[in-house]
Structures are given as structure tokens and as C-alpha cells.
Ligand binder design. Structure first.
Ligand code: NDP
Length: 449
């Protein structure tokens, strides 16, 4: 509930302007609800129109993407790039290829990205883009032709000092390769810093692939250490999804001494009480682009259950939702609490609905919000941009060590903010306050118009 009159007015304007954009409303409301103490302390935010400006994207680009399938049939998808804020650096944020992609989802993701990028401490603004194209079931040639058509239009809107896209759901190393190839062809220039998540042989960074999942575990480990004098050691972990974030969160949690017992995809989930065999998962998902149910057919003692929500009935000490937005509702959260879970950290963007976060906080669980917990991916993209600029490659260990430092710093930054505003341990509020304050102060310093 927003109490403050100024914040309520800003929120009402957001809803009135775009009544159908539910995911965007949800993301804005979650942030505005936390900002009351800072807005009260800074009356100049209202007199200078900071919040009104902050919730409206600088630019929204929408374009058609025609492409030919393997039979020569033409299909037309819709492409987007939301350039939300360039206050503290070039626009930065991933591209999502998924049939559910629309303006509301991309605006929510780009909005969250502003605060997330601010928390990394690196100079990056907020953006997000993508298409309602579904790479699932498409041939390599079809994905390539789609990516080429997408970049034929997008290229004029991006650049290493303008806007630097990366991957997200449905956009991995293969898609980034095709997108980069087309950018290079149409521009006649090898601008390595225009995209991140590139292959290692053409400007990619070691540890970028692992960064979001690893970073999630580094932040969670610090949260457990500082707030519970505990660690991953000996804990049972449930992770939803089985894509990039989920796979490397599984890897790092296991390295830190935990046992990950479940993973999912949009069809269902696997449960392996002996601990997930990650080499089998990687072979299925990364080499064969298969479905998670194939795991149960290959690993004795494991089971597969249809329906992805059921994964949260499996008892665990630590829950890491790493699939997609709004996966955990209030009822599911009650089950997680009842099962004795001690911590929830969001690997996906906004996987927990507001009522779920409320259940966790009311029950005293540790809760790490996505904009802090999954910031390791974009932080390492920032490190990839740095390497591209200095034309040098850091070792895996160097990048991984910088990532660890960044995630530990993010935890302390958001925890300190929660304490400074008399909400000790409310990391969701802390992340919003710390992320916002930096951007708002720069907006004031630069003049918003
Ligand atoms: P991937 O495409 O690699 O994997 C997505 C996974 O989530 C797949 O297992 C997919 O299953 C599952 N999934 C997608 N939609 C649904 C759904 N509606 N219900 C259940 N499962 C679903 O994406 P990423 O791992 O890269 O991204 C996962 C999340 O992490 C997203 O929220 C993304 O925004 C966020 N994120 C990613 C970063 C990155 O560096 N990649 C950085 C920061 C955040 P299926 O194959 O069946 O679709």
C-alpha cells in the first residue's frame, strides 16, 4: 500500500496511462511502496518531477521482424527495445525471445534493470528488448534468419556507447552469435562492445555464461553468513527452471556444499533426492536442447512430474526460483514456509508475486530480491564491456573474483540501506532504496529535462 500522496499520484498516472500493462504496474508498485522514506527526506524529488520521469521510458522502439522458415514460408514477429534510462550509463539489458513477450513484460524488465544496474556499481543504464518469436522447435537456419532480420532493424538503435543488449530467456550464445554477425555485416565494423554474452573467440568474457547463477549463490552465501551465521554447506536446495541461470546456480550451490534436489521447465519438474547430476542436465539442455523430463529416464531413483508449480512442494532449506516471472504466488509461498525453508533468493526476474514476498517476510525467512540477487549477469556483462574497451581478456579466475566482490558489495549496500531507513533485513526495500537513490541524485545533477 502506498501512503505517500506524491508516490500514489505517480502510480495512478502509470496505471491510467497504460491500463493493460499488469506486469509493469506490479514492478512499479513494488518499487514505489519502498520509496516513501526517501521521498519524505528529499522534497526536491517531487518539485523536480524525479518520480514522474523515472517511471516513463526515455524511448520505446517497436518494429516488425519478417523471416523465412525452412520451407520458404514468411512469418512476421514483433521486435522491441525499451530504452528506459541512460542516466548513469549506456542502456544495458537483455533480449528475450519468447511467445509471451509484450510491451508490459519488457517495460517491467527494463524498469527493474535500471535499479539492478545501479546496484552493480558499474556505469550502465537500464533497457530490455526482445520478440514474441519462439526459438523452441525451430531449426538453426530459422533461428539464424530470424536473428538476422531482428538485427537488420535493431542495429540503428544500439552501439557500445548507446545501448548494449545481451541474452535473456530464449537468447543464449547461439542467438548472440547470429545477432553479432549481422551487426558486423550491416555496419561494416567490428564493434565488440555492442553486445555482451558473445562467444569467447570474438570478444566474450570468461565466466559470463556462469555469472548469473554463480552470482546468485555468492549473494545468498553472504546473506546466510551475515544474517544467520550460516552457509550453503549441507543444505537442501530447490531450483526452478533448467536454463542458463538454473544450471549455473545448481553448479555453484553444489560447489558450496549444498545438495540441489529439483529442477523444472515449463512442462514439469524432476526430483532427485540423491542430488541432481549436473553433467546429465547439461547434456540434455545445452548439448541436445532437450526437455528436463529426459533426466528421469536416464537417472535411476529420480522422478518426473508434469506441471511446473509442483516443484515448490518439495521441502528444502533454500529456494532459488530461476525460471520466469510470477511463478510463486501466495499459496505456493505458504507451502514453502510450512516446509521450513530458511531463505528464498530470486534468480529469475520477479518470480515471486507481492503476496508471496509478504508471506516470506512475515514468516521471518531471508528474502533476496532479483534486482540484487541476479545482478551478477549484467555485472559480468559490464566486465565484458570493459575487456572489449581495453582489448584484453581477463582469466576466468579474475572475472569470477570480481563477480564475487561485486555480489558481496551489493548485499552490504542493500542491507545497509535497509538499516539506514529503519527496516533492517528488508532487502527488497533496501535494494529499491539503494538502487534508486543513486539514479535519482544523478537525475538531479544532470537536470531531468
Ligand atoms: P533460459 O531461456 O536459459 O531458461 C529459462 C528456463 O525457464 C527454462 O528452463 C524454461 O523452460 C523455464 N521457463 C520459461 N518460462 C517458463 C514458464 N512460464 N514456466 C516455467 N518455466 C519456464 O533463460 P535464463 O535462464 O537466461 O533466464 C531465466 C530467468 O532469469 C529469467 O527471468 C531472466 O529474465 C532471468 N535473468 C537471466 C539472466 C541471464 O544472464 N541469462 C540475468 C538476469 C536475470 P522451457 O524450456 O520449458 O521454456
Amino acid at each position: 500500500m502506498i501512503q505517500n500522496e506524491y508516490l500514489q499520484r505517480v502510480y495512478t498516472q502509470v496505471v491510467t496511462r497504460d491500463p493493460d500493462q499488469r506486469e509493469f504496474h506490479q514492478a512499479v508498485l513494488e518499487v514505489l511502496e519502498s520509496l516513501e522514506p526517501i521521498v519524505v527526506q528529499h522534497p526536491e524529488y517531487e518539485s523536480r518531477g524525479i518520480l514522474e520521469t523515472f517511471v516513463e521510458p526515455e524511448r520505446m522502439i517497436c518494429f516488425r521482424v519478417p523471416w523465412a522458415d525452412d520451407h520458404g514460408q514468411i512469418h512476421v514477429n514483433r521486435g522491441y527495445r525499451i530504452q528506459f534510462s541512460s542516466t548513469i550509463g549506456p542502456y544495458k539489458g537483455g533480449l528475450r525471445f519468447h511467445p509471451t513477450v509484450n510491451l508490459s513484460i519488457l517495460k517491467f524488465l527494463a524498469f527493474e534493470q535500471i535499479l539492478k544496474n545501479s546496484l552493480t556499481g558499474l556505469p550502465m543504464g537500464g533497457a530490455k528488448g526482445g520478440s514474441d518469436f519462439d526459438p523452441k522447435g525451430k531449426s538453426d537456419g530459422e533461428v539464424m534468419r530470424f536473428c538476422q532480420s531482428f538485427m537488420t532493424e535493431l542495429n540503428r538503435h544500439i552501439g557500445q556507447f548507446v545501448d548494449v543488449p545481451a541474452g535473456d530467456i530464449g537468447v543464449g550464445a547461439r542467438e548472440i552469435g547470429y545477432l553479432f554477425g549481422q551487426y558486423r555485416r550491416v555496419r561494416g565494423s567490428f564493434d565488440a562492445g555492442v553486445l555482451t554474452g558473445k562467444g569467447l573467440a570474438f570478444g566474450g568474457s570468461l565466466a559470463r555464461t556462469e555469472a548469473t547463477g554463480y552470482g546468485l549463490c555468492y549473494l545468498t552465501q553472504e546473506m546466510l553468513k551475515v544474517l544467520r551465521s550460516d552457509s550453503f554447506e549441507g543444505k537442501t536446495v530447490v531450483i526452478s527452471g533448467s536454463g542458463n541461470v538454473a544450471i549455473f546456480a545448481t553448479e555453484k550451490a553444489a560447489q558450496l556444499g549444498a545438495k540441489v534436489v529439483a529442477l523444472s521447465d515449463s512442462d514439469g519438474y524432476i526430483h532427485d533426492p540423491d542430488g541432481i547430476k549436473l553433467d546429465v542436465v547439461k547434456d540434455i539442455k545445452l548439448n541436445r536442447r532437450g526437455r528436463i523430463k529426459e533426466y528421469a529416464a536416464e537417472v535411476p531413483g529420480s522422478t518426473y512430474t508434469e506441471g511446473f508449480r509442483g516443484i515448490w512442494t518439495i521441502p528444502c532449506d533454500i529456494a532459488l526460483p530461476c525460471a520466469t516471472q510470477n511463478e510463486i504466488d501466495g499459496e505456493t509461498a505458504k507451502i514453502i514456509v510450512k516446509n521450513g525453508t530458511m531463505a528464498v533468493a530470486e534468480g529469475a526476474n520477479m518470480p515471486c508475486r507481492p503476496e508471496a514476498i509478504h508471506e516470506f517476510q512475515a514468516a521471518g525467512l531471508l528474502f533476496a530480491p532479483a534486482k540484487a540477487a541476479n545482478a551478477g549477469g549484467v555485472a559480468t556483462s559490464g566486465l565484458e564491456m570493459s575487456q572489449n574497451s581495453i582489448r584484453y581478456t581477463w582469466s576466468f579466475e579474475e572475472v569470477d573474483s570480481k563477480l564475487q566482490t561485486i555480489m558481496v558489495n551489493i548485499f552490504h549496500n542493500i542491507y545497509d540501506a535497509s538499516c539506514a531507513y529503519n527496516m533492517p533485513g528488508d532487502l527488497a526495500a533496501g535494494a529499491n532504496l539503494a538502487g534508486f537513490q543513486k539514479v535519482a541524485d544523478v537525475m538531479l545533477a544532470q537536470g531531468v529535462i
